[in-house]
Design a protein around this ligand. Structure first.
Ligand code: ATP
Length: 253
């Protein structure tokens, strides 16, 4: 059984067809690149998988279950986490608190209980601090734990988003342009990080990325969409040598 399966998925916004009759499936443990020119529909695909948008037509199955009607929170709880093209952190909270927001929810504590500081809460907080630190270490942010999230350079904010997504303990991780705004050196380090977390946390990953070197390094399989439609789904070698892909990127199609 596939971990994720899209069957003939279409998404319309009024007259705009953002995704058109798109089908693909993903096996457990795969890392797949999702590429296409600007406006091709990539982020819309992530928004459909995560329940932010509902499909106009078609079915999305996760572990064999139809998730079309699930709300975003239950989809996250079911094992799908994501990062965003435009970083969405809790800017005024510290780096560590950004991770803790996720862990509090998992521990079923709310902020009123946390403010009460009972011995049980203090013990739980210590535990969550340790766990948050583990996630920060994975992405190399432990020395920034007490910095305000928005004081971090852009590249580090992207890493914090990845750490926060990991804290949700996903099976499927959707990364939306994680290398955006990074210099070549940072992109290389990001490739290593993604490889590491994939192995360490047994993840299946879909990677949207405009930095082709990052996609080629990480993804044996690539799905290309153009005008919301599937152009090609195949090995990176096949995709690299496909003339239609080149044309789509050069705007000739
Ligand atoms: P980019 O690489 O530039 O981020 P993309 O491939 O992620 O682009 P999408 O953001 O998915 O593309 O957009 C696909 C199409 O759907 C575009 O024409 C976009 O304007 C349209 N679209 C996306 N979201 C909405 C929305 N909420 N309302 C109306 N149109 C939308």
């Amino acid at each position: 059984m596939s971990l994720l399966e899209l069957k003939n998925v279409t998404k319309c916004f009024g007259g705009i067809v953002a995704v058109k009759d798109l089908s693909f499936s993903l096996n457990d443990g795969e890392i797949v690149g999702l590429i296409g020119p600007n406006g091709a529909g990539k982020t819309t695909v992530f928004n459909l998988i995560t329940g932010v948008y509902k499909v106009t037509e078609g079915i999305i199955l996760f572990e064999g279950k139809d998730i079309n009607k699930c709300d975003p929170v239950s989809i996250v709880r079911g094992g799908i986490a994501r990062t965003f093209q435009n970083i969405r952190l809790f800017n005024k909270l510290s780096v560590m608190e950004n991770i803790k927001t996720v862990l509090f929810r998992e521990a079923n504590y709310n902020f009123t209980q946390v403010l009460m500081k009972t011995p049980k809460v203090v013990k739980m907080e210590r535990h969550l601090t340790e766990r948050s630190m583990e996630y920060l270490k994975v992405v190399g942010l432990e020395q920034y734990a007490n910095f305000r999230a928005d004081s971090l350079p852009y590249g580090l904010q992207r890493k914090l988003e990845i750490a926060r997504a990991l804290a949700l303990k996903p099976k499927l991780l959707l990364l939306d342009e994680p290398a955006a705004g990074m210099n070549p050196e940072e992109s290389l380090a990001l490739v290593d990080l993604i490889r590491y977390i994939k192995e360490q946390y047994n993840l299946t990953i879909i990677l949207i990325e405009h930095h082709m070197d990052v996609v080629m390094e990480l993804c044996p399989r690539i799905i290309v969409i153009n005008f919301g439609e599937l152009l090609i789904d195949g090995s990176k070698e096949k995709v690299q040598s496909d003339e239609r892909v080149l044309k789509a990127y050069l705007g000739e199609e």
